[in-house]
Design a protein around this ligand. Structure first.
Ligand code: BGC
Length: 407
């Protein structure tokens, strides 16, 4: 059986600055990783050295036959000290955008992917009354280099950011999670002050981008909250603060970025653990390829008329054949959603490289392996498999081992 994707559908891979560039020294995360007694098992350090090797990365993307590349601009590099804009950093990111365009790749550019400048954090972060104005000023600084970019993501996973902020605030107060919140993928409700600030920052960014004729949206972590029988009301109450309110912000946006990896089941008393014996990924999440199709359908129902771009989907696994198996299932689900009339413009796999997974290099999401000492890139069979789909626009239902054997 063959599943054909629409003409002009974007096929790509994604990454984010802090996770791949290396030495993001002016950022808040760098400070957190490097402070004495840091709880993070590993530091980002040189990461994949993509700040210097981005050309090689883009050559790999093009060589595979993919047509899009998602990356982020690092605010801490553009504005390492408050009000001090680095023209060299802007020129660097402009070269990357042009590097994409020259190779025929569609750049998908994220303006904020989890990290902020340390000065911003020290000045109150998103809780400061100045936060939105500061973000707007950064977006204005970046505007001149975005010429030719058709997809601008303002903030990556604001819901995840605000949920992590809630955990950190609790930690500072010495409190522990409530029932059901300690299970993989299930997080406490977001810090609402931060959720509101991020929504305001998103709107401010969209005003600036729109005035410059640029199309923009944000990307939401879709967690596929599924009600256990009889727990429908609890599911809705769980999903609203963690996901739905962030989707609703995008009701009039140019697009919505869907990011999905797994599902979280909700019972009468909150999130349920992944069942014993269920297959799990290196993140501890349930292996659940249907997550993508489900997330796309959910998003489309909540945001009728807003085009969807899959800005992230993938799996942390040491077994590359499992990556193909997962992605095949995800793409089959995505195809079903498109066949039902949902307007999906492209699929960006997370991630291009085995990169820094926010504290550790162990969960390998990459289509491409990176030697931790030489930074040499090694393309995995899954990357070639995805590239073949991109070239033909067709997902065939052949056996995984046949597709992975060398041509
Ligand atoms: C983030 C990525 C992260 C990925 C896998 C998303 O939450 O945007 O930065 O690496 O999921 O955890």
């Amino acid at each position: 059986m063959e599943l054909s994707f629409p003409e002009g559908f974007l096929w790509g891979a994604a990454g984010s600055a802090h996770q791949i560039e290396g030495n993001n020294v002016a950022s808040d995360l760098w400070a957190m990783e490097n402070r004495p007694g840091s709880v993070m098992p590993e530091r980002s350090g040189d990461a994949c050295d993509s700040y210097h090797r981005w050309g090689e990365d883009l050559d790999i993307v093009r060589g595979l036959g993919l047509t899009a590349y998602r990356f982020s601009i690092e605010w801490a590099r553009v504005e390492p000290a408050e009000g001090q804009v680095s023209l060299a950093a802007l020129a660097h990111y402009r070269r990357m955008i042009e590097g994409c365009l020259e190779r025929g790749l569609t750049p998908v550019v994220t303006l904020h992917h989890f990290t902020s400048p340390l000065w911003f954090q020290l000045a109150g972060g998103w809780s400061s009354a100045e936060a939105v104005a500061r973000f707007r000023r950064y977006v204005r600084a970046v505007l001149p280099i975005l010429d030719g970019v058709e997809w601008v993501c303002t903030v990556n996973e604001p819901n995840m950011l605000a949920m992590v902020a809630a955990i950190m605030k609790r930690g500072e107060r010495g409190e522990h999670g409530e029932h059901g919140e300690s299970v993989a993928g299930a997080l406490p409700p977001p810090d609402q002050e931060m959720a509101d600030a991020l929504a305001a920052a998103h709107r401010a960014a969209r005003e600036e981008l729109g005035a410059a004729g640029l199309r923009s949206g944000w990307t939401v972590a879709n967690q596929n909250f599924e009600a256990d029988p009889g727990a429908e009301a609890e599911r809705d109450a769980w999903a609203w603060p963690r996901e739905d309110q962030f989707l609703d912000v995008a009701a009039a946006d140019d697009f919505i970025g869907v990011q999905a990896y797994t599902r979280v089941r909700i019972g009468r008393r909150g999130a349920l653990p992944v069942p014993d014996g269920a297959r799990r990924t290196l993140m501890g999440w349930e292996f659940y390829p249907a997550a993508l199709g489900d997330a796309v359908r959910y998003t489309a129902a909540r945001l009728p008329g807003v085009p969807i771009l899959v800005t992230e989907n993938g799996i942390a696994t040491a077994d590359d054949a499992e990556r193909v198996e997962y992605t095949r299932g995800a793409l089959a689900g995505l195809h079903g959603a498109i066949a039902d009339g949902i307007d999906v413009r492209g699929y960006l796999h997370w991630s291009l490289l085995d990169n820094y997974e926010w504290g550790s290099y162990r969960p390998t999401f990459g289509l491409v392996a990176v030697d931790r000492e030489t930074f040499a890139r090694t393309v995995k069979p899954s990357a070639r498999w995805l590239g073949a789909i991109a070239r033909t626009g067709v997902l065939s239902a052949g056996a995984v081992h046949e597709e992975l054997s060398p041509a």
